[in-house]
Design a protein around this ligand. Structure first.
Ligand code: ADP
Ligand code: MG
Length: 563
């Protein structure tokens, strides 16, 4: 006899269930998605013991007939698609007809449902995948699905569940995501009878930001949107000061489906490059809308992943849309927040047809030049902070961070023209390098030239330095050169890509910038501010620290009790 055995249906069902149902939060996700697919405007989620003991989702959707309810808990039964072709035109969250049966296989499930108009409802009870009872029952229109004792028949899975608090946290997180994308539905989450989260029905997604992400995040988030015939990109994203230690603040939706997607995450991160500190993540709610045929949603058991037909195009659109908004630095003009909010109240229409949505130009463009009149330099504090008065408030500039940003953008601009502008030294200087770095330097003479250093070998480990970058002439160019060579020796094969210049330019800008604790003349201070205001990303230095802060007139008035 051979070694291969045919698995029993019970085992097969449990294996399949394991893919769809990972933890209580996946049950909540599937049940709420079913409720949304049924057109519900009220969805109540009740859990006990972090979802281990009980998850009950009650909705006011279209309900099921008794026959459908009996079928629904079987494997591969769905009302959402009929044939293979339909897989390319999916407009619902569900489509595989798997979730209810998978959950029923690993729990004790009770479905109570009724279609409005039909007097009687039905109750279907399933235990470990086996239907235990079907009976008529009186109930309001809609559906309530109870999942009790999840994984009671798979002890191995049960062991993998985390603490109640952790599982509850995951449930709260998935509810927040679903609430962000479905503002026209009222969601409630109860734990042990206590209301934990309440998302009242809203006209547009903007109030949901505060409800789902907290007031602080909401205060610092701004609307973005772009649309062409291929894709619509819209959402809210945080100012650079709002950053988190992990990517959990980045909420991604494709056709309103919450997804995890490296490509989209990367596009968001790219938009924030040089705006937020290294190893930190922005807070972003991103909605990507595509024709159903341009995205494959059938690639992940929990439907957490999608595949784009043209991923490069999607990446580019997301990056450009976010970057364009960030370049406007609306957060520098705090007074605009009020008017932006006004915008946001109506901006939620981005799922409506094009002509009804907001023109792009409606968002205040002049925000990147926040000064409304001349700034008067008042003085320097601690030889580090420059104070400027203007008609609409007080501007405080960190002189080093500001100068870094200016030099960084200048270097980026110069390299895009070909190479960094050089200054020939009156007297060439000689530097001596450690053996390893001397080899790096010898191999990268042309790159160094491009970066503004004219370097000529003078011996085994020594080099003549004849020219240095203009921005470094008044600083210590040789130290910068050594730093640079240190950096270059860690370069990989794709040395020379513009992307790999970033850390070099950060370093050179830092070396070249006026330091904290240097005195500045009023003329220098004024020039610094003007140059800063001409920067594309003026609000933050290339390491992600703020370059300037503003105290508005309104804030001053409030401070002094005049308002
Ligand atoms: P899918 O959502 O992929 O179709 P499910 O197993 O989640 O598969 O659900 C099976 C079917 O049961 C659905 O296609 C739908 O017709 C019905 N159904 C499930 N939940 C609900 C609900 N809350 N309200 C109305 N019908 C539901
Ligand atoms: Mg479903």
């Amino acid at each position: 006899m051979g070694k291969i055995k045919v698995l029993t249906p019970g085992v097969i069902a449990k294996i399949a269930a394991g893919e769809v149902v990972e933890r209580p939060a996946s049950v909540v996700k599937e049940l709420v998605e079913n409720a949304l697919d049924a057109g519900s405007t009220e969805i109540k989620v009740e859990v006990q013991s972090g979802g281990r003991k009980l998850i009950r989702v009650t909705d006011n959707g279209e309900g099921m007939t008794p026959e459908d309810a009996v079928l629904a808990v079987q494997r591969h039964t769905t009302s959402k698609i009929e044939n293979e072709k339909d897989l390319w035109a999916i407009g619902t969250f569900g489509f595989r007809g798997e979730a209810l049966s998978a959950m029923a296989a690993v729990s004790k499930m009770r479905v109570v449902t009724s279609k409005g108009g039909i007097l009687e409802g039905v109750e279907v009870e399933v235990e470990g995948g086996v239907t235990k009872g079907v009976k008529e029952i009186g109930c309001p229109p809609g559906t309530s699905v109870e999942v009790q004792d999840l994984f009671y028949n798979i002890p191995a899975r049960l062991k993998f569940l985390k603490s109640q608090g952790t599982e509850l946290g995951h449930i709260g997180e998935i509810m927040a995501k679903l609430a962000l994308a479905n503002e026209r539905t009222h969601f409630q989450l109860f734990h042990e009878g206590k209301l934990l989260a309440n998302y009242p029905l809203r006209e547009n997604p903007s109030p949901r930001l505060a409800e789902a992400l907290g007031r602080e995040a909401d205060d610092k988030m701004y609307f973005f949107q772009s649309r062409n015939e291929d894709v619509e990109v819209a959402g809210y994203t945080g100012e650079p000061d709002l950053h988190r230690p992990n990517a959990r603040g980045i909420h991604l939706f494709v056709n309103r489906r919450p997804v995890r997607d490296r490509l989209l995450t990367h596009a968001v991160m790219e938009a924030y490059r040089n705006l937020i500190p290294k190893d930190r993540y922005p807070v972003t709610v991103l909605f990507v809308q595509l024709p159903p045929a341009a995205v494959d949603v059938n690639v992940h058991p929990g439907k957490w992943e999608v595949k784009f037909a043209d991923s490069e195009m999607v990446h580019r659109r997301v990056f450009l849309t976010l970057r364009e908004m960030l370049d406007k630095t609306p957060w520098l003009k705090k007074e605009d927040k009020a008017s932006l909010r006004g915008v946001r109240e109506t901006a939620g229409a981005y799922f409506r047809p094009p002509d009804e949505t907001l023109p792009h130009s409606f968002l205040p463009r002049e925000a990147s030049h926040p000064q409304t009149g001349p700034h008067f330099f008042l003085g320097q504090i601690d030889k580090t902070y420059l104070l400027f008065a203007s008609l609409d408030g007080l501007t405080i500039v960190d002189q080093h961070a500001a100068h870094e940003r200016i030099l960084f953008e200048r270097l980026t601009e110069e390299i895009s023209q070909g190479s960094i502008r050089q200054q020939t030294l009156l007297f060439p200087e000689i530097i001596e390098l450690p053996f390893h770095e001397a080899r790096t330097a010898a191999e990268h003479l042309l790159d160094l030239e491009k970066l503004g250093f004219e370097v000529i070998p003078a011996g085994e480990r020594s080099f003549w330095v004849k020219s240095v970058p203009e921005i470094l002439t008044t600083r210590e160019p040789l130290q910068a050169l050594q730093d640079l060579i240190g950096h270059i020796s860690s370069w990989g094969k794709d040395a020379g890509l513009p992307r790999s210049f970033d850390p070099l330019f950060q370093m050179m800008a830092c070396r070249g910038a006026v330091q904290a604790s240097e005195l500045m003349t009023p003329e220098e201070a004024a020039t610094l501010l003007t140059n800063l205001q001409n920067c594309v990303s003026s609000s933050h230095c290339p390491h992600g620290r703020p370059t300037m802060q503003k105290i508005t007139l309104a804030e001053l008035e409030k401070m002094f009790g005049r308002k």
